[in-house]
Ligand binder design. Structure first.
Ligand code: GLU
Length: 458
């Protein structure tokens, strides 16, 4: 790169399916590099494969980039450059650098078709890859490769070279799978009398099975992570760090703002081998960023994913505010609230739960002939302490009141039935937390109901 030249990078996706983390990591690196050098980041939709393009995928690209904040300075649609591609194709043919070849179609139909091949000068091509170092290839093995289906249909190698040149791209930052295409493209660039850009081929992203991340293996489109409630900052931080470590040597730092990532971006620390994307790591990042939200932000976040059925409850907003810290401990992402709801782990905060008498009895009392009587007695003991108390409000205060009783009478024997009576669930926050959230009156109602159920059993 000429030092006075402004950096121009690009992301050039083909809209042939909804792209996942692998593609967007490459886009991030192109964007981070451009922003670091106060350059330009171009988005080019490579839509020349009419049979495989679809508008849904194109929409998905815009949506994912906007969500990630990978703002582009210019947008190009490759198919609109067709006249220019044809013009240069003709120049190559006229200059003897490419030729029309009549060949039998590969489909076995026997039809003779005209295709356009590049006249390979059969030379060695060397280029410096910013990730891998010098790469040299003898292009002889590549033969006279095809650059257009016919004069009206230039293909990828030609189109990409022309667009990168015309759009002023200084650094081609793209997926490793294109590394074998680079010598062909440099041959075309030289035939057109141009200077090749710099290249950086980004190693592939692997799934946890160490195979290339793919839709078939469950990799989700980037836009899906947004819908599930992964926070933009968490996804950005996590994905940028697949195979790149921006931390100072020896530092365990894993959380970086986008500004820090821009400042630290450098190809020398991008690892050469494939790097693994795993969902557990993304979940960890998401929780770290959820913990950074202010209380109001957390409330709004949770509200987006709460089931409609609960939003209709009268006490909805008030209760959501109370349980927000508890929910934060129990979820990795917004849509986990749907799972919690289906498992019955949400609804009891909002309405009195159905209580299964069998669940109320602590397992330590299972063999006791008087298990129902004892459980009922403990619940009555708890109920009395709560009813008598006029001071307690918080979970901590309720704990001070009730814990000595539980300690004296058997913690499991007392606390287990209290919890089940309040939540209907075998797993839930502890009874002190529940009483703190539900309040004295509601807790009394629920305990009284459980005691009456036990009375009916006795
Ligand atoms: N359109 C190509 C793709 O989606 C990228 C071409 C390039 O980056 O050179 O794989």
């Amino acid at each position: 790169m000429n030092t006075t030249e402004k950096v121009v990078t690009r992301f050039a996706p083909s809209p042939t399916g909804k792209a996942h983390a692998g593609s967007y990591r490459t886009a991030m690196y192109a964007w981070l590099f451009a922003r670091k050098h106060s350059g330009k980041f171009i988005l080019r939709i490579e839509d020349t494969d009419k049979e495989r393009n679809d508008t849904e995928s194109e929409k998905d690209i815009y949506e994912a980039l906007a969500w990630l904040g990978l703002s582009h300075d210019e947008l190009y649609i490759q198919s609109k450059n067709l006249t220019r591609h044809q013009e240069l194709l003709n120049i190559l043919i006229q200059g003897g650098k490419a030729y029309i070849s009549k060949e039998e179609a590969k489909d076995g139909s026997g039809i003779i078709k005209e295709i356009i091949r590049f006249k390979n000068p059969n030379k060695k091509i060397a280029f410096i890859d910013l990730v891998r170092g010098e790469i040299e290839t003898d292009t002889t093995d590549l033969g006279d490769f095809v650059i257009a289906r016919n004069i009206n249909e230039p293909l990828y190698h030609l189109a990409v070279v022309i667009d990168d040149h015309d759009e002023g791209v200084t650094h081609v930052i793209r997926a490793e799978e294109h590394i074998a295409n680079t010598p062909r493209q440099i041959l075309i660039i030289e035939a057109l009398g141009w200077v090749p850009p710099a290249y950086a081929h980004i190693p592939i992203v692997l799934g946890s099975d160490k195979q290339k991340l793919s839709k078939r293996k469950g990799a989700l489109p980037m836009t899906e992570y947004a819908k599930q409630g992964y926070l933009r900052d968490a996804v950005f931080n996590c994905i940028a760090m697949i195979g790149w470590n921006p931390a100072d040597p020896g530092s365990p730092q894993e959380l970086f703002t986008t500004e820090e990532l821009i400042e630290r971006f450098d190809f020398t620390r991008v690892q050469k081998s494939g790097a693994v994307f795993n969902i557990e790591k993304l979940n960890w990042y998401n929780r770290e960023y959820l913990k950074k939200l202010s209380f109001d932000e957390l409330f709004l976040y949770l509200d987006q994913y709460m089931p409609e059925e609960l939003k209709n409850k009268e006490n909805y907003s008030q209760m959501l505010k109370k349980i927000a810290p508890i929910l934060l401990e129990r979820i990795e992402k917004g849509t986990d609230l749907t799972r919690m709801y289906t498992d019955g782990d949400l609804v009891y905060f909002f309405t009195q739960p159905q209580v299964d008498v069998k669940k109320i009895i602590w397992k330590g009392l299972a063999e006791d002939a008087d298990k129902i009587g004892k459980t009922k007695k403990h619940l009555e003991g708890v109920l009395e302490l709560i009813t008598k108390d006029t001071m307690s409000n918080t979970s901590e205060e309720w704990k001070t009141i009730l814990f000595p009783y539980a300690d004296a009478n058997g913690r499991g024997d007392v606390l287990w039935p209290t919890r089940v009576a309040l939540s209907g669930q075998e797993k839930s926050p502890d009874p002190f937390v529940l009483i703190g959230i539900l309040g004295k009156e509601e807790s009394i109602g629920r305990l009284t109901h459980a005691i009456s159920l036990l009375s009916n059993e006795a």
